[in-house]
Design a protein around this ligand. Structure first.
Ligand SMILES: C[S@@+](CC[C@H](N)C(=O)[O-])C[C@H]1O[C@@H](n2cnc3c(N)ncnc32)[C@H](O)[C@@H]1O
Length: 255
């Protein structure tokens, strides 16, 4: 998992430029060879290993599985929520458990987090959650059908604070347009961050993006008060201890 200071030192970890023409320049990050994450070797606990090895075959999905029919995948029709970069999965597990009538898909590249999530899915007997251990941008593009999602959640993405790394921020015009196409009309894109400069970047990007309406009321716009329905994430808790603020943004697909 990347933390603000790590993100600053991570530029050697990813190939960054294959962009040549104007089309590539505006394409989503993964098509330009830019990554919004750094994969760090981390020790796996026995429970995380169990999740990745024993539980994965029942709940894990890959890009090679291709475009999903979500009704087939879950065996029912239901609201569908996708969380990008769920970290250790606290918020996703809590939501899946408290909303059994909603289906959840988590996307994360961090192996210990994917293992932990799967271990919890099994221990709690959840059937309404599936997981990708892949770059979320490729999953959105190749696997999730257009107009299929009720909500897309992006909680505390890596802020990449240094200016030279801003191109690695996942929130970019091409990314928010890709998300818009995967949302149902009226579906929502919920972003949260504890990094004030990234909150402003998110707001600027979203306000400029066509086909979205901000759900904030005039007195708090562009932000919404922290919604009680959003569970505390590990990064949010850490930010709180450091005295960081929290900014939530909720946009609705209007077009
Ligand atoms: C700062 S952490 C926040 C984790 C969690 N949401 C939380 O609040 O505790 C950001 C996470 O996003 C993941 N991530 C970043 N870019 C990603 C991408 N393109 N696809 C999937 N996961 C990504 C990272 O691996 C990391 O675990």
């Amino acid at each position: 998992m990347t933390e603000p200071n790590d993100a600053v030192t991570a530029s050697h970890d990813a190939p960054e430029s294959s962009a040549t023409g104007p089309e590539e320049k505006d394409a989503p990050l993964h098509r330009r060879g830019i990554k919004s994450y750094v994969i760090r070797a981390g020790r796996m606990t026995p429970a995380q290993n169990r999740g990745l090895e024993d539980v994965w075959p029942r709940f894990g999905l890959t890009i090679a599985d291709g475009r999903q029919d979500l009704d087939d995948l879950f065996g029912r029709q239901a609201p569908r929520v996708v969380e990008i970069g769920f970290g250790m999965g606290n918020s996703l597990i809590e939501q899946a458990e408290t909303h059994p009538d909603t289906d959840f898909i988590g996307i994360e590249v961090h192996a210990p987090g994917v293992g932990k999530l799967l271990d919890e899915v099994d221990k709690r007997g959840l059937t309404n959650l599936r997981v990708y251990r892949e770059d979320a941008l490729a999953v959105l593009e190749h696997c999730l059908p257009e107009g299929s999602l009720t909500t897309l959640q992006l909680f505390f993405p890596d802020p990449w604070p240094k200016k030279k790394h801003h191109k690695r921020r996942i929130v970019q015009p091409a990314f928010v347009e890709l998300i818009r196409t995967r949302l149902k009309p009226g579906g929502t894109f919920h972003l949260a961050t504890d990094w004030e400069a990234y909150a402003e970047w998110m707001a600027e990007t979203m306000e400029a993006a066509p086909g979205y309406a901000n759900t904030a009321s005039a007195d708090t716009a562009p932000f919404v008060p922290r919604p009680a329905f959003r569970p505390l994430t590990k990064f949010e808790a850490r930010g709180e201890k450091l005295g960081h603020g929290v900014w939530d943004l909720i946009y609705q697909r209007s077009d």
